[in-house]
Design a protein around this ligand. Sequence first.
Ligand code: NAP
Length: 335
Amino acid sequence: MVIAKKYVLAKHFEGEPKVSDLAIVDEELPVLKEEEYLIQAEFLSVDPYMRVYTQRYPVGITMIGRQIGKIIASKNKDYPVGKRVVANVGWRTHTIIDPNSKEHFGQPPYVLPDFGTLPASLGLGVLGRPGNTAYFGLVEICQPKAGETLVVSGAAGAVGSHVGQIGKILGLRVIGIAGSDAKCKWLKEELGFDHAINYKTQDITAALEKAAPHKVDCYFDNVGGEISNIVMNQMNNFGRVSVCGSISSYNAQSDALPKCSVVQKMVVTLQLRIEGFIVSRWDHRLMEGIEQNYQWVKEEKLKYRETVTEGFENTFEAFAGMLQGKNSGKAIVKV
Ligand code: NAP
């Protein structure tokens, strides 16, 4: 008999998530039916969307999220013991998966591609959905051209650090905005960003004027709010904005969102194109994105960093720490 441990939502988050908002409980798993297989979690992903999306579900749900699990028992020949899958099954140690089920939020588990000598955990980051978010969100929405200037906010995180590097691969001038000097140093000295601005200590307007003398053509927006309005005010005619996220507002109550300057005048006069997206738009091209990013990693054009928290029982700390900016690159938990 297998006893799974899982986190359940004990209380909806209000403001910054608190450890008491979640509870770890045991769940006795039934015996496997035909076609089913059992996975044991190896790595869990902690992501900003979890802060927002949990509000849509009732208290008592298993905390949402993707993981990489190893198949440890199987009654399905397509999912043999020993293979790894990427599965949207939440924060749990063990899970029975029925591949024909419509569960998992419409995102069926898939067998982790073979990444050669690279760590399997990259399937939650640079070689998974955050990687595809960066790739499709920049290339498809901003449609950047060599020589243009790209600004990315949330620049030292999983998505942002990747977006800036794709920008460099495509021949852009890249400016990152991030929350510490250490992060800015990493972006410039290791990832090849042309400039990095610490939004907590620098005057963003002045720093951006200096870093982007020919103004901004593409803006990849991970944070929303005032930072984004400042960037949009410094764009060129027909600039493109890819709205990926708005983490500056995620801990705010929906009836008390942060106030920021009106930006519509610039949107009209500069004729900006602003488009939001969810990476699932390109689920039918999932493997295309993973293969492109894998190719760039192998060619050493794309570097990655993981902020790894050890231990299933520390998953909340990893999640809260990521929201507070304690991570650089992808925040994950090694179970
Ligand atoms: P991440 O950037 O690795 O981690 C979150 C980062 O947000 C923190 O490290 C922190 O870095 C920054 N942050 C926290 N509070 C902030 C604030 N008030 N103002 C500015 N920055 C703040 O997370 P990620 O997974 O790569 O996600 C980045 C963004 O992309 C999020 O908005 C997320 O919701 C979005 N996203 C969207 C999609 C999609 O399909 N549209 C898919 C994946 C992710 P600092 O130290 O720099 O503050």
